[in-house]
Design a protein around this ligand. Structure first.
Ligand code: X2X
Length: 334
């Protein structure tokens, strides 16, 4: 009787230990992003999960929540939630972080970049490190930079060839800097969640929007509700995989390395598929019935001149030193 009681205690504590052990062994963390599950953001997040699960022998994995559902549909709120440890991981783009960290607007200053080489020189160089340090001060650890891309304008009213063509267009924008850019162009901007934009375009609540071709316009089928696209490359938007400092600090050094490596590799993949889809994208969009206008260098200069006031306003908000750091790296790259 005594022995079997002891045995039962031993057995039940062994079961409890095992349960605890396996719980510690397999932890599922939450990753939020604010686009649909067909985008290259989502594919990058899936790749991260795949690599992390494999690298940790399934001890760590992430569950991906698209469309900003974990922040109640608010795409700007994700950064703040990661910052206070209410979310583990986030995949989001720079512009969504600007309400919390205004310096993040530096990437998207109108016509800061002319090509991918310049982008890569900044995200892979000193400016990218400076931005990671700024985000770290907000308890967001940047693991790797990926790509939303150069944002192109679409609408349903007419082709956009000159700044004057923007006059009076009702434009959906994602964040505060783009309000100023659209105002500089004489358009009527309106800030709206991305998840509400497709319906707003469909119902004519707004005439147009702006987003990158490969990462968003194609996978989210914007061509079904928009007739005209102009590849004006007016603003670049990076994405990143970030983790809350709270979660990051809970990892030992070996785990940190695995998490970072998985993120870096996932974002290399994400950038690759985004650029490929963007490259093939204009032909695809024409096939789908969109009328695409590709401005000449002179025409681009007219948009650059017209958006200069918004550049200046936001360069001041970002801070002269940070803007200079980006501009110097851009100027040193062709
Ligand atoms: O909301 C947008 O336009 C999107 C998806 O590109 C961003 O998250 C900034």
């Amino acid at each position: 009787m005594k022995i079997s009681k002891l045995g039962a205690i031993a057995l039940s504590s062994a079961v409890a230990c095992f349960a605890l052990f396996s719980q510690a062994q397999a932890e599922t963390l939450r990753l939020s992003h604010n686009t649909g599950d067909t985008t290259t953001w989502h594919k990058g997040a899936e790749k991260f999960n795949e690599l992390l699960t494999a690298a940790t022998d399934e001890a760590l994995s992430v569950r991906i929540f698209p469309n900003a559902t974990l922040s109640g549909g608010d795409q700007m709120k994700q950064a703040e939630m990661v910052s206070r440890g209410a979310l583990d991981f986030v995949v989001t783009s720079a512009i969504n972080v600007t309400p919390l960290v205004p310096e993040m607007a530096v990437f998207s200053l109108p016509y800061l970049y002319s090509n991918y080489e310049q982008v890569d020189a900044t995200t892979g160089g000193e400016p990218g490190k400076q931005m990671s340090d700024i985000l770290a001060a907000h308890d967001i650890v940047v693991l790797a930079w990926g790509e939303n891309g150069f944002r192109e304008v679409t609408n349903n009213v007419h082709p956009i060839k000159t700044p004057a063509d923007m006059e009076g267009l009702k434009m959906r924008v994602a964040g505060p800097m783009y309000i100023d850019v659209m105002n500089a162009l004489g358009a009527n901007p309106q800030q709206m969640q991305w998840t509400e934009t497709f319906t707003a375009l469909q119902q004519g609540v707004v005439d147009g929007q702006e987003n990158p071709i490969g990462a968003v316009i194609i996978p989210q089928r914007v061509y079904e509700v928009q007739k005209y696209l102009t590849s004006w490359h007016y603003s670049y938007d990076p994405i990143f995989i970030g983790v809350s400092k709270k979660r990051w600090d809970s990892f030992d050094d070996a785990t940190k390395e695995k998490v970072r490596e998985a993120a870096v590799e996932a974002m290399v993949y994400q950038k690759e598929i985004t650029r490929k889809s963007t490259e093939e994208g204009i032909a695809f969009l024409r096939e789908k019935g969109m009328e695409v206008y590709e401005p000449s260098a002179d025409e681009l200069q007219a948009f650059r001149d017209a958006t200069q006031p918004a550049f200046d306003t936001w360069a001041a908000k970002v801070g002269a030193d940070l803007v200079k750091s980006f501009q110097e790296t851009v100027a040193a790259t062709n």
